[in-house]
Write a protein that binds this ligand. Sequence first.
Ligand SMILES: NC(=O)c1ccc[n+]([C@@H]2O[C@H](COP(=O)([O-])OP(=O)(O)OC[C@H]3O[C@@H](n4cnc5c(N)ncnc54)[C@H](OP(=O)(O)O)[C@@H]3O)[C@@H](O)[C@H]2O)c1
Length: 336
Amino acid sequence: MKVYATLGDGIEALQVKELPTPKVESEEVLVKMKSVSLNFRDLLVINGVASWKPVSQRIPVSAGVGEITSIGKNVSKWKVGDVVAGIFLPKWLEGNLTAEAYILPLGGPIADGVLAEYVVFNQQSIVKVPANLSNTEAATLPVAALTAWHAVARRSQVKDGETVLIQGTGGVSLFALQFAKAMGGKIIALSSSDEKLERVKALGASNTINYKKHADWDKKVLDLTDGRGVEHVIEVVGGENLNRSLNAVKIGGTISFIGLMAGLSAPINTYQFVSKNIRIHGIETGSRKMFEEMNRFIELHGINPVIDRVFSFIQIKDALKYLESGSHFGKVIIDF
Ligand SMILES: NC(=O)c1ccc[n+]([C@@H]2O[C@H](COP(=O)([O-])OP(=O)(O)OC[C@H]3O[C@@H](n4cnc5c(N)ncnc54)[C@H](OP(=O)(O)O)[C@@H]3O)[C@@H](O)[C@H]2O)c1
């Protein structure tokens, strides 16, 4: 089989390799990959940023779907031909995240990912994809959609009529918009591009703000909410952006903290945090149970992921550079 491998030394250094097709153990399934989606994290791994740099050569990319082509002798839940997605944290099946579950994230510094023609998964570490989605669409779910689901449905628990702020038009944010909208939320969306803001309006955002033109976007959010602020912020930028989110959130509101695009630490106005009596919850992707719950919601509400561009397996470097450029709106996919 063909795979791509990285040592975290940049997109150009990604190498295509021929490896033997893996064999399954008794509890495992072999999946012929059909589509994978790219996430911001894949750039951190491939570019070798901080602790994301692989310790030895690794197959990158965390999210994908494929068809089962063989099963181990103790596999009871799955059959050849089933279309499945691997879960990002293979041991986080349900409940709260624990140290035991937080190991070997797919496509990271110490575990291989899914940018390979065939991938072996434990039978516990996969889910059936929603019936209403194509393989290309379903490939978007294991990281971006699940993270947005964890934030919107589990932590923010968006209720009918509540206002939700989404930041930018990348993968996580557009899923957060779609989920929150389907729960009856009113969306305020930020983007660096007026053209992208027109597109988020078409997806159901009630109000939009260009954060490049309005660095004080938090004040605009307050204006749009009669000075009170939003009930929920889906924070994907991180760093000092959290201070603006603290300004923009209502007393008693929630910030689901997901992103780290602006760095891994920053001085934060802790007084705002206390005096507004808000909840800030760190979000790590999600469990298998959350993934299954999300898939039912996607089917029930007929949600289709927003796909920007589809590349082929051999165009991986172009696809990663495109993601890195930030021109995308929604997800970037590799179809095999
Ligand atoms: N904790 C987890 O489990 C988890 C899971 C998935 C992702 N993440 C994190 O979440 C973040 C987003 O990931 P992603 O895969 O959705 O990324 P992505 O698809 O690459 O989206 C990035 C988008 O963020 C927007 N953006 C950049 N700077 C911004 C700013 N200052 N204010 C508002 N928006 C800004 C841009 O939107 P415009 O072009 O519209 O301006 C950009 O297109 C990353 O930090 C990633 O590491 C965390």
